[in-house]
Design a protein around this ligand. Structure first.
Ligand SMILES: [Zn+2]
Length: 215
């Protein structure tokens, strides 16, 4: 087991046996972890991935992207420590039991706007994030809850016009329906630096209604 901290990504490469391709060097890759059923679990830093490799906690690997991490010199052996990590890894252990795939992901504005493709649910125009708001379909003042199924993305003018009314009361019909992202979709929504093989893997686990299917 390496004894030195791994502190440098020196290159990214294809798996052995596959043709080398011109790939951009990713200095701070996020590694996608899978649970024991092979379902997407969460993003971890490359340092955490090295930790799992060093503890022999990687059950199997997926994906065609590899990263080589170089650390310091081991005092005992005089050798420089080095770990090669895949972009997608399944982790052993109780924290990676198959219990979280169906859990409802936390509701955040950034992921909500991304779910709705930055399109206002009332006027249909696309906006940048600072113009957008989290809009409660059934207003909180009327008992509406702050959950994925009761919120849509709205521009500020539409939000102010609708005010504390339901769409029916305000005569502002929704242009699209809300839905709860599953774990795979949430992982896509909250990482802007997804590698191609990670995206391919996650896309296979998207729910049918996901708007991420729309090109
Ligand atoms: Zn609007």
């Amino acid at each position: 087991m390496p004894t030195a901290a791994h502190d440098k990504v020196i290159e990214s490469e294809r798996r052995p046996g596959q043709p080398r391709a011109r790939l951009p060097v990713v200095q701070h890759p996020w590694i996608l972890t899978l649970d024991s059923r092979g379902l997407p679990h969460r993003w971890i830093s490359w340092q955490a991935a090295c930790h799992y490799y060093a503890l022999d906690m990687v059950a199997w690997v997926v994906g065609n992207r590899q990263f080589r991490f170089v650390g310091g010199i081991c005092r005992a052996t005089g050798l420089r420590s080095e770990i090669t990590a895949n972009s997608i890894i399944a982790i052993k252990g109780r924290h990676f039991r198959p219990d979280s795939h169906s859990q409802v992901p936390p509701l955040n504005n950034r992921e909500l706007f991304h779910r709705d493709r930055h399109i206002c649910a009332y006027c249909g125009d696309r906006y940048s994030g600072h113009i957008l708001t989290r809009e409660h379909i059934v207003p909180v003042s009327q008992g509406g809850r702050d959950v994925w199924m009761n919120v849509v993305t709205s521009c500020r003018p539409c939000n102010q016009r609708k005010s504390g009314r339901t769409p029916e009361q305000a005569r502002m019909p929704l242009l699209y329906a809300p839905y709860v992202p599953n774990k795979a979709e949430y992982l896509i929504l909250c990482n802007r630096q997804i590698l191609a093989d990670q995206m391919d893997f996650l896309a296979r686990h998207l729910p049918h209604q996901s708007r991420l299917h729309v090109p």
